[in-house]
Design a binder for this molecule. Structure first.
Ligand code: GLU
Length: 304
């Protein structure tokens, strides 16, 4: 399979469509990125890297980091975790407060903001220096020191973090939050403000394409059964309330972020990261979704 040729074709075809969306502005600092950037990196299970466009430019991974944090706590808390957070698609905006109240403080899944805050709370219970542990973990998964935290993005989100702060206090009111709210929010905003290139992000997802074993970290990160479950969650909940549409159009487990990135895996074949900052109205990168749809069409395979 000539992955380099395929992703170059995909890149050209997407560029020719001249798709437009809007960069996220609710975190003001995210609005300052050049909206025309677009990169694709694919990493196969031998560790070969294929890239096109802005694939070596670091960008804000935002919610994609929720896959890394979930991975860190999943094998620590095992099934106990699932009494605190459910595994159902939400069908609601990712920062919905109404849904959390309606469901009595048990978030729908670990990828909406309420669920991710529970995961970060669990992270803070386990790790004394949680932010550092998250970046160390991602560095290990990528096989090199590559994570940086953008302080402007972090502070920008912190200064406009009313909804996440409200969600965290709501969780506390329902006794589904153990640590200090401000401390957990600081870790949450920090991991959302982490920056990676498409290459390093794709490498950090490689273990999910490889039954839990990372060829870059050279160890089993999670068991095969946990890897399967993380992939199932990404497929059903990884794209805000557009997860069904993504499964229909692309058919790969993945996770998007409001920085315009998408990381996805084709089990037993490759991991891929695509980035372009302009988003559709659901919060997913317009070009990244189109690129992944073209990719699976050209390769003639997906999960299905
Ligand atoms: N840090 C962002 C927030 O909490 C992440 C959103 C996202 O990428 O989905 O609103």
């Amino acid at each position: 399979m000539n992955y380099q040729q395929v992703i170059e074709e995909v890149y050209q075809e997407v560029q020719e469509k001249n798709l437009r969306g809007k960069v996220a502005t609710y975190i003001p600092e995210l609005a300052s990125v050049d909206p025309n950037q677009f990169g694709i990196a694919l990493v196969d299970l031998e560790g070969n890297v294929y890239g096109v466009g802005d694939y070596e430019v670091p960008f804000s991974i935002q919610s994609i980091s929720k896959v890394h944090t979930l991975t860190m706590v999943f094998h620590v808390f095992k099934s106990k975790l699932w009494s605190r957070v459910n595994v159902e698609p939400s069908g609601n905006p990712f920062n919905s407060i109404a849904q959390l109240e309606f469901e009595k403080g048990i978030p729908r899944n670990p990828f909406i903001n309420a669920g991710a805050l529970v995961i970060t709370d669990a992270l803070c219970s386990k790790f004394e220096h949680a932010t550092k542990q998250v970046s160390d973990f991602i560095n290990e998964l990528a096989g090199k020191t590559c994570v940086s935290i953008n302080p402007s993005v972090k502070n920008s989100e912190k200064n406009h973090g009313e909804r996440n702060t409200a969600l965290a206090y709501f969780l506390k009111a329902y006794k589904n939050f153990d640590n200090d709210v401000e401390e957990v929010l600081d870790v949450y905003f920090s991991h959302c403000a982490m920056e990676l290139t498409c290459v390093d992000l794709a490498k950090s997802f490689s273990f999910l394409a490889n039954d839990g074993y990372s060829i870059f970290a050279q160890r089993e990160i999670v068991s095969e059964s946990h890897a399967r479950r993380i992939n199932a969650l990404m497929l059903t909940c990884g794209f805000y309330d557009e997860a069904g549409e993504f499964a229909f159009r692309v058919g790969l487990p993945g996770k998007s972020g409001v920085g315009g990135g998408v990381a996805a895996v084709m089990p037993h074949k490759f991991s891929i990261a695509v980035w372009s900052p302009e988003l559709n109205e659901k919060g997913n990168s317009v070009k990244a979704i189109q690129a992944l749809e073209l990719l699976t069409d050209k390769l003639s395979f997906s999960l299905f």
